[in-house]
Write a protein that binds this ligand. Structure first.
Ligand SMILES: [Zn+2]
Length: 585
């Protein structure tokens, strides 16, 4: 590969020739609310006197939305790629503080105008059904009196973040963050792991009372929000809030039961295998993350050029159409992958919504996990590239239950080609860890989800009842780890799961998506080309159809009961056995 891998997002011209503007002036200054507001005023004043006028208005609204969304994304990219660049930070904050909050009331008025139009009923319902269903739903849930309660919740979320973010531990002569302590958890030396785990756990437990207090207040507020909106409990409200029209709490229950029956046993086999390989009497909480044979970490690459080249090779081995998509990212400078000073942590994929190009950010340091991160974010980018033909902004990105199918599938389908980075014994080791991690997460998802179903349908429960119930779920879904002398760590383990505090009920999406991705992976075993045909066809639908239709087009059933999970777990179990027999020791 001759091309150096550099981020050239700032050089990408907008508006592009390919997707010209018809409504937003080319020279608009998007830092200036006085130039943005007239666009919305014009849209709100437009007379929708025919179906044609309504459709044109929808396209104009989508154009404004895409222009603004891209502006936010560009400023976010600039800031995360150089957190030490004060101008970039200022530009981002100016946008989120001065522009974004002013958009919200207009968004609401636009929704009302759409639903109030007599021509809405005459729109092609097949084309606009999903959009109208969601818009109507959000309007129906809106209550003026819930706004101050939402603000209270935001403040409590900030308190939670502050408590979690401020935690540091004095460890081996240095003050370290929780994230920095993570490296000691994968150490091969058991005493080091234990010491690190105990130090961080002791620190976390200092916040127990404060976190319980925050959570109790959140519960009361959420319950009131649900009552205000006419629901009997917050679960019923939140299901509607998330547009969950295609599955119910009973479906989630079926997922929990199937995980208990078919995933937990596979996890227990793996745990027992880990116990024996490590030569332990019992697996303690500090024994879960290290390598089970005490091997040194895998080192797939030295430079990001090698990372990109290797992932490109994997995509091209799976299907030409994928590597062609990946070339769009390389050639347009849409990758910023290397870890360096001044970069924000983590990884993400975002879309430049107006020029319709994806961008991938990550902090590659040369670990096996970096390969999977790029395969994963690559899947998100392919999703974005598959929807460029879609004129409606709202249809260019899918709900999370399907968005993560796009990304997780690339991890599974890419795994057979890890030889692009390693000789087979090392590739097999990476594949084993990957599939084991995927199903380990399913059990954790079931734990977190079950817990929230119980919490929000038992208003008025005591703290003791809550932690007792949590412990019963840990025994049900995550058995086999010995917490002797650290019972409180077990009782309050959920305190570290940010979703429970900040995004209630948002978590099972990952489980649903994983089942979709595993089904497509299974399809690929009997024919990669057909599997990718369906995968790409599903992706290209964006959000224009319902979740069951998206899954069906992509070649998967939208079902998370035993009927789906049981055969998948059998396949995963066989895959783990196969890789374990080939891996390096
Ligand atoms: Zn993702």
């Amino acid at each position: 590969m001759s091309q150096p891998i550099v981020n050239r997002v700032v050089e990408l011209k907008r508006p592009s020739e390919k997707y010209p503007r018809h409504f937003v002036p080319a020279e608009i200054n998007l830092s200036d609310w006085n130039q943005i507001e007239p666009l919305y005023q014009r849209l709100l004043a437009t007379e929708l006197n025919s179906v044609h006028a309504l459709e044109k208005w929808l396209l104009q609204s989508a154009e404004v939305g895409a222009v603004i969304e891209e502006e936010g994304a560009r400023r976010y990219v600039a800031m995360t790629c150089a957190t030490d660049d004060e101008a970039a930070e200022k530009a981002y904050l100016q946008f989120v503080e001065e522009i974004v909050p002013r958009l919200k009331p207009y968004g609401n008025q636009m929704d009302q105008k759409l639903i109030a139009s007599p021509f809405t009923a005459q729109l092609d319902q097949k084309r606009y059904g999903v959009l109208l269903r969601s818009t109507r739903n959000q309007l129906e849930l809106f209550r003026e009196e819930n706004i101050p309660l939402e603000t209270e919740l935001d403040k409590l979320s900030q308190q939670y973040q502050k408590l979690q973010g401020a935690m540091t531990v004095q460890f081996r002569g240095e003050e370290r963050t929780m994230q920095q302590m993570g490296v000691f958890m994968i150490e091969n030396d058991r005493a080091t792991r234990q010491e690190a785990w105990e130090a961080t756990t002791r620190k976390r437990l200092e916040n127990t009372e404060a976190l319980e207090e925050i959570f109790d207040t959140m519960l009361k507020l959420r319950h009131q929000i649900a009552l205000n909106a006419g629901f009997s409990d917050f679960r019923a409200y939140q299901f509607r809030r998330f547009d969950r029209f295609d599955y119910t709490p009973a479906d989630c229950d079926a997922f929990h039961k199937a995980v208990e029956e078919f995933v937990v046993p596979v996890n227990l086999i793996n745990l027992e295998q880990r116990r024996r390989a490590l030569g332990l009497e019992s697996v303690r909480p500090w024994d879960g993350a290290c390598d089970r044979y005490g091997r040194e970490p895998l080192k797939p690459f030295d430079s990001v050029e090698q990372l990109v080249h290797g992932c490109r090779e994997i995509f091209s081995k799976v299907d030409d159409r994928l590597s062609k998509h990946f070339d769009v990212l390389i050639q347009n400078g849409l990758l910023d992958l290397a870890s360096r000073k001044g970069k924000a942590p983590g990884g993400y994929q975002t879309s430049l919504s107006e020029i319709r190009l994806p961008f991938i950010f990550m902090n590659a340091v040369g670990l096996n996990g970096d390969v999977f991160t790029l395969l994963h974010e690559g899947g998100h980018a392919f999703h974005s590239l598959q929807t460029v033909h879609e004129p409606l902004l709202a249809y260019r990105s899918s709900p999370m239950e399907f968005a993560e199918v796009a990304s997780m599938t690339m991890e599974h389908i890419g795994a057979p080609h890890l030889e692009a980075f390693y000789p087979t014994p090392k590739a097999a080791r990476a594949r084993y860890d990957h599939f084991q991690g995927a199903i380990g997460l399913l059990a954790w998802i079931a734990t977190v989800d079950s817990f929230q179903h119980w919490i929000y349908t038992h208003p008025g429960h005591t703290r003791k009842e809550r932690t007792d119930y949590w412990v019963s779920l840990m025994e049900r879904f995550m058995p086999g780890v010995d917490y002797t002398d650290w019972e409180d760590a077990l009782r309050y383990r959920w305190h570290a799961q940010l979703h429970i505090f900040e995004y209630p009920f948002y978590y099972i999406e990952y489980g649903i998506a994983q089942l979709g991705a595993l089904q497509i992976w299974r399809n690929s075993k009997s024919g990669v080309k057909q599997a990718i045909d369906s995968y790409l066809a599903g992706l290209s639908l964006g959000a224009s159809v319902t979740l069951p239709e998206l899954f069906k087009t992509a070649g998967a059933k939208f079902d998370f009961s035993a009927a789906t999970i049981r055969p998948l777990m059998e396949d995963v179990r066989l895959e783990l056995e196969k890789q374990a027999a080939m891996e390096e020791r």
